[in-house]
Design a protein around this ligand. Structure first.
Ligand code: 2OP
Length: 217
């Protein structure tokens, strides 16, 4: 892959492992951890796209709470405020994937995070994981009150970096995000952590990698 003028990374699922909340879910609701973790994440994302379409933005922290509440109701799990807070706090301490260690080996090329996460969530998870120094910018879509894959959300990165989309490699493990980034004009790089099939959204990534280490020249 030709070296870009900047790298922009998605956060959740790409740098930080959203399944880190599994232990809390399992401990709170024994036997239901995996199902709750998966439905929670899927509802959190679904609500971001639906709220975008409805023109009723709420920040990602709110959607994370609402997704969890829905998932508990759907699985007939009794959730009270203390349990809700305990599970939600798991998002502040998501584990970084081990391959984030290679980010320092990408040379002097500027690196940014562009995430649907709220500024509070992002600041917490980046600083708790010790990755703060790896990024020049941590950007939240909250600045435009829209969500990826909307072009307005991706534009935050080009505006901040002062670069054209074609000069930026955008890395995400989320297939829908990769399609959105490619459609916007980024050089989209799919970090296919799950060995998933390509999303059928009419957009192909420039590169498909299995680990962040594959970015190192
Ligand atoms: C992100 O970090 C939601 O994973 C998505 O933007």
């Amino acid at each position: 892959m030709l070296q870009p003028k900047a790298y922009v990374f998605d956060a959740f699922g790409t740098l930080f492992d959203t399944t880190s909340v599994l232990a809390r879910c399992e401990e709170t609701f024994p036997g239901q951890g995996p199902e709750l973790t998966a439905l929670w994440r899927s509802k959190q994302l679904e609500y971001s796209w639906l709220r975008c379409l409805m023109g009723r933005y709420e920040d990602f922290w709110t959607l994370t709470r609402d997704g969890l509440t829905f998932a508990c109701h759907a699985l007939h799990l009794r959730i009270d405020q203390d349990r809700l807070d305990h599970l939600l706090e798991g998002y502040f301490t998501l584990e970084p994937f081990p391959d984030t260690a290679v980010l320092t080996r990408l040379g002097d090329i500027p690196r940014a995070i562009l995430s649907n996460g709220s500024p509070t969530m992002l600041n917490a998870v980046v600083s708790n994981s010790g990755l703060t120094s790896r990024f020049q910018h941590v950007l939240s879509v909250d600045a435009v009150k829209s969500y990826k894959p909307s072009p307005d959300a991706y534009r935050i990165a080009t505006d901040c970096l002062g670069l054209e989309a074609k000069d930026i490699v955008f890395v995400s493990s989320n297939g829908w995000d990769v399609a959105g980034a490619a459609s916007f004009g980024f050089r989209a790089c799919w970090l296919n952590r799950q060995n998933a099939p390509l999303e059928m959204l009419g957009q192909k990534p420039e590169a498909i990698i299995r680990t962040l280490g594959d970015l190192v020249p």
